[in-house]
Design a binder for this molecule. Sequence first.
Ligand code: HEC
Ligand code: HEC
Ligand code: HEC
Ligand code: HEC
Length: 341
Amino acid sequence: MRVSKFLESAARSLAVRAIAALVMLVGLSSVTLAGEPPPQNVVGPTACAECHKNEAVVWEKTHHFTTFHDLPRATKADDITKKLGIKRIKAEPLCLSCHFTQAIKDGEPQPVAGISCESCHGPGAPYMKVHSSFSGKKKETESPAERDKRWADSVAGGMIRPAMLYELAKNCYSCHIVPQEKLINVGGHPLSPFELVSWTQGEIRHNVWYTGGKSNPEATQNVKRKMYVVGAAVELEESLRAVGKATQNATYATTMAQRAQADAQRLNAISQALKLPETDEMMKSVRAVHLRLNNDAELSGLADAIGNATKQFVTNYDGSTLGAIDSMIPGPDQYKGKALE
Ligand code: HEC
Ligand code: HEC
Ligand code: HEC
Ligand code: HEC
């Protein structure tokens, strides 16, 4: 297997480029902010909760909710902001982009909540009315064609539905990989491990709409199979992009490179078990990777290719034929946080 070659080349090329890269410090201003949606179209979680009360009850028990109040008071946050020369967390675009939801209030973008509904499902203004309208009829009288059009219009408005696993996972990882070099190297911000099945099925789980709030079931086995593959592929995609932004041979570059290596191994195991054209395609890109500093263009290209194969994978399978990976999928003892039953 040529994955091992990929692993070796990672360590070697990072070391070779180290000296040239030391002089290239990045400023916060040059950083692209992933994570939070632009505030113009954000309606805020209270508007969603008018109909989705049960989902909001679950959300209010999560770290995504509590960070709004707790982060500015956390000692660890003080430590990071001191090192970066930041005065107020809730006024700092960098912290705002991942820890808070911003909406327009009194004509200005302002933090209104922690990480909320629209951080994961997309800013609501363009789809909120249409997705819930049943095409102006009752649920029972809406025709299948009208329903399909309603969902197509909602997605065109930027709605990320639960079945859109690729887009959902991209959102999780855009925050959870923490692809910000200075924040890590200078600020000492914590780095987060992440896995899509175990991190969606614990405290985050809110499958309470279609049960009318009567229960909060886990995702089905078919969905978990797809999630496991998509999680591994998107983590690799996003780690490669993160390495692409690395300019210094320091914690950020080495941690992101190690992460990409681990992801490549995980994806390789999946690909060997499933033997699908889509996972073969992903591995073809993996084998072309050279992990080194200042290699954004090449790594972004390979990340794009992995992303395209992942989108194909989500469309082409319903999960029922993916049983060969069942032994790899994390079980309840590994779920992150406690789900509300
Ligand atoms: C006026 C009531 C109402 C509001 C407000 C509302 N929703 Fe919904 N939502 C619904 C209804 C009704 C459905 C189910 C439609 C169906 O069964 O076809 C739904 C379904 C959903 C789904 C599941 C989609 C799927 O593919 O099954 C998500 C996710 C969702 N809403 C998110 C949101 C978010 C995020 C907001 C706030 C930006 C929001 N909703 C605001 C009524 C509402
Ligand atoms: C790219 C996204 C991203 C950015 C930007 C970001 N954070 Fe974080 N932060 C995270 C994630 C994800 C976690 C959770 C790590 C975990 O729990 O595994 C986290 C965790 C933390 C924690 C630990 C929280 C706890 O409860 O122990 C602190 C403190 C923190 N961040 C402060 C900051 C500050 C201050 C800024 C701005 C200078 C900032 N973060 C910017 C994503 C980000
Ligand atoms: C951290 C990201 C995240 C946040 C925040 C979030 N969701 Fe979700 N939502 C998801 C994921 C992922 C799923 C699918 C989970 C699964 O299949 O197990 C989902 C599923 C849903 C569903 C379908 C539920 C069902 O019964 O099948 C609805 C409706 C929904 N979310 C609405 C909301 C609303 C309203 C909020 C805010 C109160 C919210 N979500 C906050 C990620 C999120
Ligand atoms: C907008 C950025 C953002 C997005 C999108 C996001 N998260 Fe988070 N998440 C965070 C931050 C920041 C924290 C840490 C909050 C804190 O403790 O201060 C966190 C914490 C968590 C935790 C709690 C971790 C712990 O230490 O106990 C879980 C679980 C989690 N996220 C799962 C998810 C999942 C699953 C998704 C996608 C469906 C997702 N997140 C999407 C930023 C994000």
